[in-house]
Structures are given as C-alpha cells and as structure tokens.
Design a binder for this molecule. Structure first.
Ligand code: CDP
Ligand code: CDP
Length: 225
C-alpha cells in the first residue's frame, strides 16, 4: 500500500504522516529530509547551491542514510546524525534551490521509489502523488492558510528553544511555496486524483482521523477486489 501526502510547507504533512504510519504500521518516508540532506552536503562542501555537477559529485562521495526511530525518521550523513542540522534557517532558505536541480531530483526520486517498492509506505513531499508514486493507493493534498502555517512553525520552534521572528517565518514560507510551485521539474501541484484537505481549522488528531478513514476505506475496497 502506498500513501502519498503532498502540500506546501508546514501544512502538517510530516506530523500527521508519522502518527498514521505508527498507527497502521507503515513505514514513513520524509522526502523533504532527503533534499535537506543534499543541501547540507553542498553547504559543508562549500559548493554553490546551484552547482548541480559539484553537488552530484559530493553526493557520490557522501553516504546518506535514513533510519526509522521510535518517534521519528533520523537522517545520517557518513554515520553522523544530521536530523537537526538539516533544519537550520540556512538550509531551509536554500533547499528550494537545490531541490529544483534536475539531476538531484532524478537521484532522489529513484531512491524514493526503491524505498516505496519494498514496504507499505506513507511518503510526504511535494511531488509524491504527481511524479514519485503516480499510482499511489491514496493521495492527499494538505493545505492551510499561510498565517496558520507560520504560527504553527513559530510554536514548533519555540518548543524546541529556537527563536525565529514570526514575520520572518511567514516570509520564508511564502517564498518557498512560490519557488516550489514554479520550478520547471515536478513543481508542487495537486495530483488530479488527490483529495484536498484544508487543515487551517483542524487539530492534528482530526487530520489523522480523516486520513486513517480514507486509507482504511481503500484497504477494504481492495480486499474485496
Ligand atoms: O517541512 P517543510 O515543509 O519545511 O519542508 P520539507 O518537507 O522538509 O521540504 C523541504 C524542501 O524540499 C521543500 O521546500 C522543497 O523545496 C523540497 N522538496 C521537494 O522538492 N520535493 C519533495 N518531494 C519534498 C521536498
Ligand atoms: O511537514 P510539514 O512541513 O507539512 O508540517 P509539519 O512539520 O508536520 O507541521 C508544522 C507544525 O504544525 C508542527 O509543529 C505541527 O505540530 C503543527 N500542526 C498543527 O498545529 N495542526 C495541524 N493540524 C497540523 C500540524
């Protein structure tokens, strides 16, 4: 079973996907973390974020691994846990540039399809329903207003002891949404057969319940076929 969850930054994709995966015993795959890891590798290697050839060379030399821990997926580069390092404002501000590079996307999509072929998965990102898993059994497109998404991220950071200005977060979200939706390859777009869910006024539990119902309905239908 393949479940695709796409949508703009901070719509709640990863939070909800993690819980649903745990409840249904699926593997959760955070594809955004993959593009973030590529961006961190470029930063550490002092390579320009638009230099596809050099980033690809670095990717060949560095080993990126994803491990599913008790609470979340952890990301490692050459055995070092970079789960926090991939979420700094510097990486967040530059990930859209790296993720727009065709060669990088090709490599990541290949990896994502391989992971999805081996397990029951819930994968979240921007192009899962449109490009990575076009035949996914359930496709969800999560949206929420920019103001509510910025506020959520602000509170999320605050809880982790990080202070970032609310207006700055809102600006980053708008800018990233624009870049992700306007790039040439696999832009952020709702798949024609995806179900759109506006989470602006929904709690995490409500979103989890709605998605779980959709998956269970599909499972029942498939078991009858
Ligand atoms: O969690 P947040 O919404 O901040 O973003 P993310 O899911 O970690 O994704 C970070 C960035 O990676 C996005 O802004 C996109 O530029 C890129 N991305 C992508 O291009 N395709 C995906 N399937 C997932 C992420
Ligand atoms: O993965 P994505 O960037 O779409 O968003 P996220 O990192 O899962 O969610 C961003 C923040 O919004 C987290 O702190 C969630 O706890 C929060 N959230 C919420 O308050 N209400 C929801 N319905 C969904 C997420």
């Amino acid at each position: 079973m393949q479940v695709a969850i796409d949508g703009p930054a901070s719509a709640g994709k990863s939070t909800v996907a993690k819980i649903v995966a745990k409840n249904l015993n699926f593997i959760y795959i955070d594809t955004g973390a993959m593009y973030r890891a590529c961006t961190l590798i470029a930063q550490k290697g002092n390579v320009d974020y638009g230099d596809e050839a050099e980033i690809l060379k670095l990717l060949a030399k560095n080993k990126i691994e994803f491990k599913n821990g008790e609470k979340e997926q952890k990301v490692f580069i050459n055995g070092q846990d970079v789960s926090l390092a991939i979420r700094t404002p510097e990486i967040t501000a530059n990930v859209s540039q790296v993720s727009a590079l065709p060669g990088i996307r090709e490599k990541m999509v290949e990896l994502q399809r391989k992971m999805a072929g081996e397990n029951n998965v819930i994968m979240d990102g921007r192009d899962i329903g449109t490009t990575v898993l076009p035949n996914a059994d359930v496709k969800i497109f999560l949206i929420a207003s920019v103001a509510s998404r910025a506020k959520r991220r602000f509170l999320d950071f605050k809880e982790k002891g990080i202070h970032q200005d609310l207006a700055e977060i809102e600006h980053d979200i708008e800018e990233r949404d624009y870049k992700d939706s306007h790039r040439k390859i696999s832009p952020l777009k709702k798949a024609t057969d995806a179900i759109e869910l506006d989470t602006t006024n929904l709690t995490i539990d409500e979103v989890v319940a709605k998605i779980t119902t959709l998956i269970e309905k599909k499972q029942k239908k498939q078991s009858k076929e």
